[in-house]
Design a protein around this ligand. Structure first.
Ligand code: NAD
Length: 427
């Protein structure tokens, strides 16, 4: 071969092939007027979905959020502009797909004006507690989210029912079972929905734990270990006052242990026993309790050991012990940072692995669930009856500690006896 024949080198071949390839793709696109299907997505019922671009051996990316158009979403009025509302709930509306922030209710006019300006809420959608009744004529508001201190939930839910608005109420539902029954009756007679904001039942890691426990992945669940502790500060805050809080660590943070244990099994406890201890002379515990240790016995034989404290460093942990595996959730009851591990024998060797589950905003998920239940006339997963059952058990826990004996609870055979529609799969 002569030396001066110009042979294409590898780079020239690749460039030429690329150009031909692009040319073909361009003419194909010109013919169909759209990019290759893998990029275009598919529009169905106003929603965009992409075909999988990864091999099934890789985890698949989440689909786009596909929010409802603004005018189709359920408008919420948030009642009580305290820490939870400002730090978690109002920001969560930005991630909600079916609910939107439509109105604000506060007893502090300068705070109301400042927050309304931040979130673009017009003056005619801002209310005080005194003129809350006016909200009944605001058609932009279909639901009210009650985020006031525990003892005020009864007052605020009744006011929302009177205004014929659906109500999402923060936990604990109220401070007595009597109040809870009243709230259920008031919303039922106003023909509006009532949901208690048990965010854990919408949280993706907790839902996975429920799925694993109920689906037999752990064998039979035999024991549960639940801890929700935090260290309270200022003794003057409402959480340390019985009249506003209803109790101490138990109805505030211990409630997560109780509600999550019930939700994981779908069973109702048949007996509780409890011990309460508060340090003498600590002004934080002059009116409400510090430490509560309570045990729930379930009809299937499962025992849940629960610990809650208002006076120890924050710890939020859950462990399910089954006959063939255990599952542990770190930061179980926190706003974020949940981590789920499962340990079991695989091929004769102990295998302890973390499941990677994408984080999602729990408040946005619960707001969206309620919005979808309103739109589709369904009972929410955590209706008033779910909150009442927790309050009945809380009262039995206090009675057990007071009387120093186990307390039997009404036998309830039906599974998920107080729960409504399953939370939606991610859509
Ligand atoms: P907070 O004290 O920060 O806010 C309470 C709000 O209620 C304040 O804006 C306060 O001005 C208002 N309020 C109206 N009337 C009042 C009155 N008579 N006395 C005192 N305050 C009055 O409390 P928070 O931490 O926002 O808790 C509010 C509710 O949310 C409680 O029921 C609590 O249990 C619940 N919460 C739930 C979670 C959760 O993760 N789901 C977390 C924190 C609090």
């Amino acid at each position: 071969m002569s030396k001066d024949v110009d042979l294409p080198n590898r780079r020239t071949v690749m460039t030429t092939a690329g150009a031909v390839g692009l040319g073909l793709a361009a003419s194909a696109n010109a013919a169909t007027s759209r990019p290759p299907a893998v990029d275009a997505g598919v529009v169905s019922d106003g929603k965009v979905q992409f075909p999988p671009s990864s091999d099934p051996s890789d985890s698949q990316p989440q689909q786009p959020p596909n929010p409802d158009p603004r005018d189709k979403r359920v408008g919420f009025a948030v009642v009580g502009l305290g820490k939870l509302a400002l730090e978690q709930i109002l920001p969560a509306f930005a991630q909600a797909k079916h609910g939107r922030l439509a109105a604000l209710v506060s007893g502090t006019p300068d705070k109301l004006r400042a927050i309304a300006a931040q979130y673009g809420i017009p003056a005619d959608c801002c209310y005080g507690y005194d003129d809350f009744a006016r909200i009944s004529s605001n058609s932009a508001v279909e639901a009210v989210y009650v985020v006031t201190p525990n003892a005020l939930h009864h007052r605020d839910v009744l006011a929302a029912a009177k205004a014929e608005k659906n109500v999402l109420c923060e936990k604990p539902m109220a401070t007595t079972a009597h109040e809870c029954r009243d709230m259920i009756a008031a919303t039922a007679s106003a023909k509006v929905r009532l949901m208690i904001a048990y965010r854990m039942q919408y949280q993706p890691h907790a839902r996975e734990a429920i799925k694993q426990a109920r689906g037999g992945k752990l064998g039979d669940v035999v024991l549960m270990d639940m801890i929700n502790n935090q260290n309270q500060g200022d003794p003057a805050q409402w959480r340390q006052k019985r009249a506003l809080a209803g109790g101490g660590s138990l109805p505030d943070v211990g409630l997560y242990c109780l509600n999550t244990a019930r939700a994981i099994l779908g069973e109702e406890p048949s007996e509780v026993s409890a011990t309460i201890w508060s340090p003498a002379g600590d002004p934080r515990f002059a009116e409400v309790e510090d430490n509560v240790s309570f045990t729930l016995r379930f009809p299937s034989g499962v025992i849940a050991n629960c610990l809650t404290s208002y006076g120890t460093h924050r710890l939020q942990r859950l462990k399910l012990m089954g006959t063939s595996a255990w599952l542990e959730m770190e930061n179980a009851f926190a706003y974020e940072g949940q981590r789920l591990r499962v340990a079991q024998l695989v091929d004769g060797k102990e295998h302890n692995a973390e499941l990677t589950i994408p984080a999602q905003n729990q408040f946005a998920l619960e707001i969206d669930h309620f919005a979808q239940c309103i739109r589709s006339s369904r009972t929410p997963r955590t209706p008033g009856e779910e909150g009442l059952q927790d309050q009945v058990i809380i009262e039995a826990i206090y009675a057990s500690a007071r009387e120093g004996r186990p307390v039997k609870l009404e036998r309830i055979v039906k599974r998920d006896a107080f729960r409504g529609a399953e939370p939606e799969a991610a859509d």
